[in-house]
Design a protein around this ligand. Structure first.
Ligand SMILES: NC(=O)C1=CN([C@@H]2O[C@H](COP(=O)(O)OP(=O)(O)OC[C@H]3O[C@@H](n4cnc5c(N)ncnc54)[C@H](OP(=O)(O)O)[C@@H]3O)[C@@H](O)[C@H]2O)C=CC1
Ligand SMILES: O=C1OC[C@@H](O)[C@H](O)[C@H]1O
Length: 397
């Protein structure tokens, strides 16, 4: 348990009613005590849909009512009404990547703190403006990279920091899905639609990068962290839309070991069309992340956005192979931990989370900018723009 005092309640406002907002809502409304947390409690006091009030009403009925005692949840038919609601402490943004910049600016304009889904923005310039705005207005702001808050991720970062596998020489990370885009995603789907900043890199590749960054960059003291050089990029276009269907990245993290003597090599890959056997991966046949140290290796089994198994292998130890598994408490999907972090940071008056801080989110966006430049991937001007407000089409418009 984290605390013995009465839990403090945080009131969430949900911006959008799509897939991820449903999952996040279900997860945060699971009693935190089931995961050993007794200092905070989450309630959802408002939900807004840009498509219709009806969609917000249905969301409330399906995901909120009956799950938070007597606490009321207001349904809105516009995001503007949500950010004006005085009963909302913090806004969760679960819209497509293309809309994050505009949506965050709207929330900040009304002085609301924000937890915004990955990828934070379309490009680094937008992200930088958001961080400046949040700072100017003294508002908590965090990119919702849920994987970082998993007990498994925390444990692996600690193993590396404690030198359990020696200095890290190379990290390989992959997040690919076996979907054939024509069958799995209509050309207008957010996964492949350039108007929604779709594509493998911003949606899935960001997790391959998350594993690079959380194991190499983040395990160093802040003053020693240096942005990686993108040494090479390969990109394949999705035939109908021109979004990236497959992206491979070769990174060099300069002087990235505690001794300051070594660069670390990063190989990060992502694809929408690669055949990928999740079941086989989950039983442990094929690790999706391999962290190669001087004296040992850490293998993480996928899917790497929701990891629950890892293996440690040592060169010189008697017990050469050790396996570790994690069970998700309280039947959560795994998003509650990031919700707890955001709520706790906000309650403590922090502007950012140590685990996914502004500077690191920005470096990751800069890395993706460079990858896109090398791979020749651009998005429409209106969604790359830093202008605000721009009226981007809402769903179905
Ligand atoms: N952390 C994770 O595991 C996951 C994160 N994500 C991230 O969450 C975000 C949303 O993904 P997901 O929930 O799967 O997407 P969905 O398409 O399921 O939902 C997106 C929602 O955004 C709103 N929206 C506003 N404008 C548009 C528009 N022009 N086109 C489509 N939708 C619009 C809609 O809600 P409304 O009509 O109510 O306003 C829609 O339901 C992305 O950033 C994605 O990367 C996605 C899946 C998993
Ligand atoms: O963040 C995500 O994680 C799970 C994937 O299925 C989804 O496409 C992606 O947005």
């Amino acid at each position: 348990m984290t605390s013995k005092s009465d839990p403090k309640t945080v009131r969430w406002g949900m911006m959008a009613t799509g897939g991820i907002v449903q999952t996040f809502t279900k997860d945060i409304l699971v009693d935190p005590v089931t995961r050993g947390v007794d200092d905070i409690k989450h309630v959802v006091t408002a939900v807004a849909s840009s498509s219709s009030k009806d969609s917000a009403d249905k969301f409330v009925a399906n995901y909120v009512e009956g799950k938070q005692g007597d606490t009321k949840c207001t349904a809105y038919g516009s995001y503007k009404e949500l950010v004006q609601d005085p009963n909302v402490d913090i806004v969760y943004i679960g819209t497509p990547h293309s809309h994050h910049y505009q949506n965050c600016r709207l929330a900040f304009e009304h002085n609301k703190p924000v937890l915004c889904e990955k990828a934070l923005t379309v490009n680094a310039e937008q992200a930088k403006i958001l961080f400046d705005e949040a700072k100017k207005r003294n508002l908590f702001f965090m990119e919702a990279v849920w994987t970082r808050y998993f007990p498994l991720s925390i444990e692996i970062r600690k193993l590396i920091q404690d030198g359990k596998i020696g200095e890290v020489i190379r990290v390989q990370s992959d997040l690919s899905i076996g979907a054939i885009p024509e069958e799995a995603f209509d050309a207008s789907h957010r996964m492949v639609n350039k108007d929604l900043a779709g594509g493998a890199l911003l949606d899935l590749g960001i997790y391959a990068l998350t594993w690079q960054f959380q194991t190499v960059y983040h395990t160093l003291p802040k003053e020693k962290r240096k942005a990686p050089k993108v040494v090479g990029t390969l990109m394949t276009q999705e035939p109908r839309t021109g979004a990236d269907e497959a992206t491979s990245m070769l990174l060099e993290f300069p002087v990235s070991t505690p001794s300051g003597k070594r660069n670390t090599h990063g190989i990060a890959t992502t694809a929408l069309r690669a055949h990928f056997d999740f079941e086989r991966d989950q039983v442990g046949a094929t690790p999706a992340v391999r962290i190669f140290g001087e004296t040992g290796e850490i293998q993480v089994f996928g899917p790497i956005y929701r990891p629950s198994r890892y293996r440690l292998t040592f060169r010189d130890k008697e017990e050469r192979i050790q396996d570790f598994s994690f069970v998700f408490p309280g039947d959560i999907h795994g998003m509650s931990w990031e919700g707890d972090e955001a709520a706790r940071c906000w309650l403590e008056g922090k502007l950012e989370s140590e685990t996914m801080g502004w500077e690191e989110s920005l470096v990751i966006m800069q890395t993706m900018d460079e990858v896109r430049k090398q791979g020749g991937l651009t998005y429409p001007e209106n969604i790359e723009s830093t202008e605000y407000p721009i009226d981007l089409a809402a769903r179905g418009a």
